[in-house]
Write a protein of this length. Structure first.
Length: 134
């Protein structure tokens, strides 16, 4: 069983290589892009409400329903970020999408009510690992 919920991987590819998928859930998360091998049964992944920064690179997949794509305006910059760091300002805690961005107010009810720093949270208001500043 794999549950990926409210996770943010903004600057790296997420690659799935598995020929047998059972109980794999990906929801309310942000990925730079996602790829899978030809033998991966992508249709068996339960995916919803995710955001993909890059959907145009070769081999990119967008599994599930209610997904969006494109850059994400946020404090300190815009995803995608070019360079050696995953975060635009080198400060993990400042990943905060701006109000009104495509990932704002799109989170569905959560099963894992902690943020990326393992602090207890109510359901976040923004897709990804940390809550938006209100």
């Amino acid at each position: 069983n794999i549950i990926i919920e409210n996770v943010t991987i903004p600057n790296q590819r997420f690659h799935i290589d598995c020929s047998d998928i059972e109980n794999f859930v990906i929801r309310s998360s942000i990925f730079f892009n996602m790829r899978a091998t030809e033998s991966t049964p992508v249709e068996m992944i339960e995916a919803s409400n995710n955001h993909f920064v890059d959907v145009f690179s070769w081999g990119t997949i967008t599994p599930g329903t209610n997904w969006t794509s494109g850059p994400v305006p946020m404090e300190g910059g815009v995803l995608p970020v070019n360079g050696p760091t995953m975060w635009p300002n080198d400060d993990f805690d400042r990943y905060r999408p701006l109000r009104g961005s495509v990932v704002d107010d799109r989170v569905i009810g959560g099963d894992i009510l902690i943020d990326a720093t393992s602090l207890p949270r109510s359901i976040p208001t923004t897709l990804g690992g940390l809550q938006a500043n209100n």
